[in-house]
Design a binder for this molecule. Structure first.
Ligand SMILES: [Ca+2]
Ligand SMILES: [Ca+2]
Length: 243
């Protein structure tokens, strides 16, 4: 989804192309890869002793340039500010907005990468690609915003907002959080009508169960289990499985 752009390497090489020395490129990229993508832990070993990020490693990287050390592309966009940390209750949506998004080359895209409370990275070897994300749309005056409505899990979502200019430079992210208390969940109710003494009832029930199984499969992928009620009468419902 991010085509690997949210990776330490992408930031590092962008900074190198922008004429920074290795030390600054490393520091800025390390910071950019902080929350919500804190599972990449870059190490620099400049003195070759196999131990990364020692003070000597950092000082040896100072004033070391790859290439000619001059800016060969425009600078990355800057995001002035981001919507503050929010607490939402009884809803699954929250407004995300970024202000004072600027770049001399023009802004091509502003987007949020959203790390859910229960997120676990699948592999530390691959770029961070599987997190949900949403584009923020221009609202005038350098402001970009969008209401994201998939805050379906209780807990704290960690959100990083990025801007990219028209020549492909990506900003350092601005970070914010949305904490969800008592989220709304989408539920599906499958209704079949008929008499249980009807000869075709078993077939009807079988079809409903097949629909339930199909929904269970798709909903489990999105962490939204459906409900299975076998029989509803005027006096109430009987639950066989589920909640
Ligand atoms: Ca070292
Ligand atoms: Ca630029």
């Amino acid at each position: 989804m991010t085509q690997g752009s949210i990776s330490f390497s992408n930031y590092f090489w962008t900074h190198i192309f922008n004429g920074l020395d290795i030390r600054d490129a490393f520091d800025l990229s390390d910071r950019a890869m902080g929350s919500p993508t804190e599972f990449q832990h870059p190490l620099a070993d400049a003195n070759g002793n196999g131990v990364g990020n020692e003070p000597e490693d950092m000082s040896l990287c100072r004033n070391i340039y790859i290439g000619n050390g001059t800016v060969i592309q425009g600078n990355a966009p800057v995001i002035g500010s981001m919507s503050p940390d929010q607490l939402v209750s009884g809803t699954s949506s929250a407004l995300l907005h970024a202000s004072e998004v600027t770049d001399d080359d023009g802004i091509a895209r502003v987007w949020a990468v959203i790390r859910p409370p229960n997120y676990h990275q699948e592999s530390s070897d691959s770029p961070v690609q599987e997190l949900p994300q949403t584009d923020l749309m221009p609202a005038g005056g350098g402001r970009y915003e969008n209401t994201y409505d998939e805050f379906n899990t209780a807990g704290t979502y960690r959100i990083a907002v990025y801007a990219r200019d028209r020549i492909g430079n990506t900003s350092v992210p601005k970070l914010t959080t949305v904490s969800v208390d008592n989220p709304l969940r989408r539920r599906t109710v499958i209704v079949i009508g008929g008499s249980r003494s009807d000869p075709v009832w078993p077939a009807l029930e079988k079809n409903a169960k097949a629909a339930y199984n199909a929904l269970t499969f798709t909903h489990q992928a999105r962490n939204r289990p459906p409900i299975w009620m076998t029989t509803a009468t005027a006096s109430g419902m009987r639950s066989r499985t589920g909640k």
